[in-house]
Write a protein that binds this ligand. Structure first.
Ligand SMILES: Cc1cc2nc3c(=O)[nH]c(=O)nc-3n(C[C@H](O)[C@H](O)[C@H](O)COP(=O)(O)O)c2cc1C
Length: 365
């Protein structure tokens, strides 16, 4: 197995500087998490929205598949993001007809109250996860649990100031999330009524590397070996892959979503608050259009209000009504294949890219 050793791989006890982005809502199945860890990267579950029991089961199953390699859990820690003009009645007027079309009850039956990020992290650690990762907010609420378990704490940010904040809160690794990234923007502070700042991966990674003394992981638009080589050249210790691994055989991603990823244009993704009340990058569909109306709410209300619709659509493979999170480089994802093959290829291509650059030096050596 080709390895690349960096401060990140040494800290996490892995052989390849590649993290699977914890992707809540279905993509990070035990099979995907186990496969990425077994292939030498770090498999990470997105456990936001799960019950603690489901987290325990999923982590145990992934560890069985990981052949003794470590796995991690990722939680979303976001402060409320209010939205001026939020109107729950206006949202219900949109959702009623949509549920009728989809054969879903309106309003949906109430579910159990969501578990806190700390409860989810504790469940994951109990089941044997040995790395804790966070997105969207300050990791402070889970820092002591990670430290007490001896689990490295990885926090994702989208600005240099936020990188300093999460290190002060105990992060051992900072994931620098560039504007290209699929999924939610990981700005710790999201303005209610102004666009969220968007700093590109190249600009952000270099500045975060200069600002903090812990290993930095690049994420956002990294799809292949050239992307890994570029991240290492910028001073990152590794990469975190989201969209690139959505086409893995093991990912919990319906065929319609995979097809949209493969056929996406570079300028096709949008950053929208329509689905969750926080800005997030994905491919537009009927749901993003329908929920982007006056009266749309903020986080977490908007995230909860149509959760039943997104769940049913994901179960039925209905790409018009699920969240189609994807990054700007989605079209580079390629065909469906096993996660291990994706990771082997990225490693081979990264080594070839680095050697190629060395060769290009020619007479300058
Ligand atoms: C489908 C999807 C779901 C995501 N869910 C989460 C999540 O639950 N927690 C998290 O920290 N980041 C999440 N992200 C963001 C990733 O951590 C990462 O920032 C992003 O995928 C990087 O960009 P890329 O998709 O171009 O690789 C998600 C991304 C995608 C595409």
């Amino acid at each position: 197995m080709i390895s690349i050793a960096t401060p990140l791989t040494r800290l996490l006890g892995i052989r390849r500087p590649i993290l699977l982005a914890g992707m809540a809502g279905g993509p990070t199945t035990p099979e995907l998490v186990g496969a990425v860890s077994r292939a030498g990267g770090l498999g990470v579950f997105g456990v936001a929205g799960m019950t603690p029991d489901a987290v325990r089961d999923a982590v145990s199953r992934a560890l069985e598949l990981a052949d003794g390699a470590p796995v991690g859990v990722n939680v979303l820690i976001s402060p409320a993001v209010p939205r001026p003009g939020a109107d729950p009645d206006a949202m219900q007027a949109v959702l009623g007809p949509m549920r009728a079309d989809m054969g879903l009850p309106h309003p949906p039956p109430p579910g159990p109250p969501p578990a806190t990020p700390l409860e989810l992290v504790e469940a994951g650690l109990e089941a044997g996860a040995s790395v804790v990762a966070t997105g969207l907010g300050d990791p402070a609420p889970v820092a002591a649990a990670a430290r007490d378990a001896g689990a490295p704490l990885i926090a994702m940010v989208s600005t240099v100031d936020d990188a300093r904040t999460v290190v002060d809160s105990g992060a051992d690794v900072v994931v620098a999330q560039g504007a290209e990234a699929g999924g939610h923007r990981s700005n710790l502070h999201v303005p209610s009524d102004a666009p969220v700042p968007l700093v590109g991966t190249m600009a952000l990674v270099r500045q975060v590397v200069a600002a903090v003394d812990v290993p930095v992981v690049a994420t956002g638009g990294i799809m292949d070996g050239a992307g890994l080589a570029a991240a290492l050249a910028l001073g990152a210790s590794g990469v975190q892959l989201g969209t690139a691994l959505l086409v893995a055989h093991e990912a919990g991603v319906p065929a319609g979503w995979r097809e949209r990823i493969r056929s996406a244009r570079d300028d096709e993704t949008i950053v929208t608050r329509a689905l969750s009340g926080r800005p997030a990058r994905g491919l537009p569909n009927a749901l993003t259009g329908a929920l982007d109306v006056p009266g749309a709410m903020g986080w977490p209300q908007q995230n909860a209000v149509a959760a039943d619709i997104r769940r049913a659509a994901a179960r039925d493979g209905d790409a018009d009504h699920m969240s189609l999170w994807a990054g700007q480089a989605a079209a580079l994802a390629g065909d469906d294949r096993p996660a291990a093959e994706i990771i082997d290829r990225i490693m081979d291509d990264a080594v070839a890219s680095i050697r190629g650059l060395g060769d290009a030096l020619g007479g300058a050596r």
